[in-house]
Design a protein around this ligand. Structure first.
Ligand SMILES: [Ca+2]
Ligand SMILES: [Ca+2]
Length: 129
């Protein structure tokens, strides 16, 4: 997934896949390190980005097998109350696992400190260019 995302970014920017382009590419975010970094989509257990985070760089078809960092007793699936998209791609959020019923999305830079319609409903999420 990381490689695919990187290759997509290179294609979109029109850069040749040269040594120079590789050298100029910023380092990728560290997924699942508890910090919502550039390039990631992040969910929190509580509103206002509190009490447990799940920071994703790649898509995840099942959030029911993940636990919030900083609140490891709480599963991520159907259990988030705030979100940020720090990626440069749109992220879709899905009511079901396996990317089903993905009727919500976050555009790059979107933040949502207080989920309403999607609170405790996100079971999978994916980015797309
Ligand atoms: Ca991170
Ligand atoms: Ca998962």
């Amino acid at each position: 997934m990381r490689l695919r995302k990187f290759m997509t970014a290179v294609a979109v920017s029109g850069l040749a896949f040269s040594g120079l382009a590789v050298a100029a590419t910023p380092s990728t975010a560290a997924e699942h390190n508890g910090v919502c970094e550039s390039g990631e989509f992040c969910l929190w257990y509580n509103p206002n980005y509190a009490n447990g985070i799940w920071d994703m760089y790649g898509s995840d078809s099942n959030l029911h097998d993940n636990y919030f960092i900083g609140n490891s007793s709480q599963v991520v699936g159907n259990n988030s109350a705030s979100a940020k998209n720090r990626d440069s791609y749109r992220w879709y959020v899905c009511d079901g696992t396996g990317y089903t019923t993905c009727t919500g999305w976050y555009d790059p830079g979107d933040v949502n400190p207080l989920m309403t319609s999607w609170r405790n409903k996100i079971s999978s999420a994916y980015w797309t260019s």
